[in-house]
Design a protein around this ligand. Structure first.
Ligand code: FNR
Length: 205
């Protein structure tokens, strides 16, 4: 078992999802001392304030919150829909941010990286940028050290979903290694070396 673990979420429920393929490639190419735990968002219900008021945070969301809280970081592998974030992943993050008092435990100072894939030419750059205000309000520690944005994704994965393009494999390897280093360093403040980073805007949620 690798000593450090990050949780990876794919923002697509599609069986043939390029983003899930990219997430699996990140797991395969991660350094030996980093485990990439792929978590599903399939069982997260649509956010409903009545459901929350009557039953609290659903079990699937609570379990995912605990997995993220125990991890060194969070990797969001995001499709792009209409130049922005995919609703299913945003919905998941919204549940994970409930109740607001728990945001510092789950997200505060947490290393978070973004990457994404699309069959189109745009490389998910709009979606990745659109995530930034969300990450900001949650008080995460975003890693912006490298970009892993995959356009024309069908060229890079084979029919089994394996990432077969050597250059992209090297880019993905460097990306996940860079994030692993960042996640290792960013754990220090949460273990008490410095004060807990303030989750900016939490009061406003
Ligand atoms: C898309 N797609 C898309 N692609 C893109 O690069 N930029 C975009 O703005 C959009 N917008 C968009 C809106 C909607 C409603 C859908 C359904 C799709 C295409 C999208 O990238 C494609 O469906 C991907 O295959 C989705 O990712 P997965 O499922 O392959 O991971």
């Amino acid at each position: 078992m690798p000593p450090r673990t990050i949780v990876g979420l794919s923002g697509s429920l599609r069986r043939g999802s390029f983003n899930t393929m990219l997430l699996r490639a990140a797991r395969e190419l991660a350094p030996d001392d980093l485990g990439v735990e792929i978590a599903s968002i399939r069982d997260i219900p649509l956010y409903d304030g009545d459901l929350e008021a009557e039953h609290g945070v659903p079990e699937a969301a609570r379990a995912l919150k605990d997995r993220i809280a125990a991890a060194a970081g969070l990797l969001l592998v995001t499709p792009e829909y209409n130049n922005s974030v995919p609703g299913v992943l945003k919905n998941t993050i919204d549940w994970l941010s409930r109740p607001p008092a728990d945001i510092p435990r789950v997200f505060g100072g947490r290393a978070v990286a973004l990457c994404g894939a699309t069959p189109g030419p745009g490389a998910t750059n709009h979606a990745q940028v659109a995530w930034l205000p969300v990450l900001r309000v949650l008080g995460v520690r975003p890693w912006l050290g490298r970009i892993l944005s995959v356009p024309t994704a069908s060229k890079f994965f084979d029919e089994s979903g394996a990432l077969v393009d050597e250059k992209l494999r090297e880019r993905a390897r460097a990306f996940i290694a860079g994030f692993a280093d960042f996640a290792a360093v960013s754990r220090a403040p949460r273990s008490g070396a410095r004060s807990e980073p303030k989750a900016s805007g939490v009061e406003k949620v």
